[in-house]
Design a protein around this ligand. Structure first.
Ligand SMILES: Cc1cc2nc3c(=O)[nH]c(=O)nc-3n(C[C@H](O)[C@H](O)[C@H](O)COP(=O)(O)OP(=O)(O)OC[C@H]3O[C@@H](n4cnc5c(N)ncnc54)[C@H](O)[C@@H]3O)c2cc1C
Length: 488
């Protein structure tokens, strides 16, 4: 059986839920959300590791049309953000539209009927429009290390934390020091017996200005009209200012770099250890991290920082590249996610059977506005290529994308067409401009490699402008940027 809908959304993270809300607000009810898990929340359902919290202030890292005056602190924890998303799903009446436990495995464009056929682990679906909110940081990246299968103890990725494993008094090896690792390392260090942290590249770790929200402020936000929105606006502009440094004005960076180096000098008196923790590239080249407890963790006698690299995993330990064995009862991977190659697992075929993953691999990851791709009509990626952020909340980007998609649907209705396909020329112009700016930005100039870059060293991840420029570029449909196609 094929289930027919006008619109299908994949995923119930911020993106999928944001799209569902806007569809409903525009009066469109003929849609379904396919979610492979059994609850909403995406990132905030899956990442349950100790200390998991956002690093963009909660009053900004939330929907502008679902404000929450009650955030308990500046950077809320996973449970609170997940509870917020569950509440939004309930209050916005989204749950009845969700089919849980349905994993999308692929989608094929039918040029004759001008519809997508969507394959899942169960029924097939058919829809005019497909919105993919599958998440950019969703598929755990576990590096292939020789001997990993021979390890006899528990081993897991931070996004798949095994809460049945008791860390108390155990010898634990953590591989990786990215955004998740720097959150859980200071916490587990307090209970494990011995912690060895394998660091490939030192991160820039700024102090985190995290404070509980005073009760009077929550009350004021609730009672005084406009107060909460004014606070959010102030936050938006202060975060937006950070883009000045990243987007090409690299002379602004030494100030922030000085702050981190001062923190390091204060926290780590030992010069050798401090040198290991000091990045050898510019701040902003990789995601800038924030913590008040990460550096001091390495002062503990039972915590060791290893920068020699992992050579091999044995049944009971990890061998570094100097041949030194580090005994381990448990291994935790803090090694991030598949980002650039995240499309590979979705078998998407557009016009003439063109395979999306192969097209991205062979011709580069090119889209129009980070959302839609020439030859793949009526398909929209949320937080697609070059629309992720290092400096502000991605929920802002998601909101511009959902509004854009609704405008596209309205425009298709107005023109009485069945499909809209971004033109090659418009897509190419968008990418030329993005890559021109990316070349000037810190991600290319900063002297690092990162998960922002593809195999050719091109940044296919980050939006290299201010976010209000994205608002500006998506606020209207440019008719000439699309081929508008009637049904056969
Ligand atoms: C630990 C962590 C902290 C972060 N902190 C911040 C922060 O502070 N600020 C910030 O701006 N960003 C942050 N991010 C980035 C974060 O991923 C985004 O902010 C946002 O949550 C992404 O939402 P999303 O809906 O696009 O994706 P996700 O939240 O990943 O949701 C994707 C959903 O799609 C479902 N799905 C995926 N594939 C399929 C399929 N084939 N079939 C069916 N369902 C599928 C998944 O199960 C999931 O529910 C963080 C990321 C992580 C991992």
């Amino acid at each position: 059986m094929v289930i027919k809908k006008d619109v299908i959304i994949i995923g119930t993270g911020f993106a999928g839920m944001g799209a569902a809300m806007k569809l409903r607000q525009s009066g469109r009810e003929d849609f379904v959300i396919l979610e492979k898990a059994h609850d909403v929340g995406g990132t905030w359902r899956d990442n349950t590791y100790p200390g998991c919290e956002c690093d963009i202030p909660s009053h900004m890292y939330s929907f502008s049309y679902e404000l929450n005056t009650d955030w308990s602190k500046s950077f809320s924890g996973q449970e609170e953000i997940w509870a917020y998303l569950r509440k939004v799903a309930d209050e916005q009446g989204i749950r009845p539209y969700i089919s849980f436990g349905v994993e999308v495995t692929g989608a094929t464009w039918d040029e004759d009927q001008k519809v997508w056929t969507i394959r899942t682990n169960g029924e097939d679906y058919q829809a005019r429009v497909l919105i993919a909110g599958v998440g950019g940081l969703h598929i755990p990246n576990v590096p292939e290390i020789a001997g990993a299968d021979s390890f006899e103890g528990p081993k897991f990725h931070s996004a798949q934390w095994d809460h049945s494993v008791d860390l108390k008094g155990k010898k634990v090896v953590v591989i990786g020091t990215g955004a998740s690792a720097i959150q859980f390392i200071p916490i587990i260090a307090q209970e494990v017996g011995q912690l060895t942290v394998f660091q490939r590249t030192a991160a820039w770790v700024l102090p985190k200005k995290d404070k509980p929200t005073p009760e009077w402020r929550k009350k004021a936000f609730a009672a005084i009209p406009g107060a909460h929105r004014a606070y959010r606006n102030a936050l938006y502009w202060s975060l937006e200012a950070r883009a000045i440094a990243f987007n090409g004005h690299l002379n602004v960076l030494p100030l922030a770099e000085k702050i981190v180096k001062r923190e390091l000098a204060k926290s780590i008196p030992d010069a050798e250890l401090r040198a290991k923790l000091t990045p050898d590239y510019r701040l902003g080249c990789k995601r800038v991290l924030q913590s008040n407890t990460y550096y001091p963790t390495f002062l503990r006698d039972d915590v060791e920082l290893n920068t020699d690299g992992v050579r091999e995993i044995l049944s009971d330990g990890v061998i570094d590249n100097n041949g030194v064995k580090h005994p381990a009862d448990i291994i935790i991977y803090g090694t991030g996610f598949h980002v650039i190659d995240a499309f590979d697992y979705l078998d998407i075929k557009g016009k003439d059977g063109v395979d999306l993953a192969a097209q991205f691999r062979d011709n580069g990851v090119e889209t129009y506005l980070g959302m839609t791709i020439n030859g793949f009509p009526n398909l929209y990626f949320m937080l697609g290529p070059n629309t992720a952020l290092g400096h502000n909340s991605v929920v802002f980007m998601i909101e511009q994308q959902t509004k854009f998609i609704i405008r596209m649907l309205d425009e298709m209705d107005r023109r009485d067409v069945a499909a809209a396909d971004a033109t090659k020329e418009a897509q190419s112009a968008f990418n030329v401009e993005i890559q021109r700016l990316v070349e000037k930005g810190i991600w290319t100039q900063g002297g690092c490699t990162s998960w922002y870059l593809d195999s050719q060293g091109k940044n296919r991840t980050i939006w290299p402008k201010f976010t209000f420029q994205y608002w500006w570029e998506t606020r209207k449909i440019k008719g000439s940027d699309f081929a508008w196609e009637r049904a056969a």
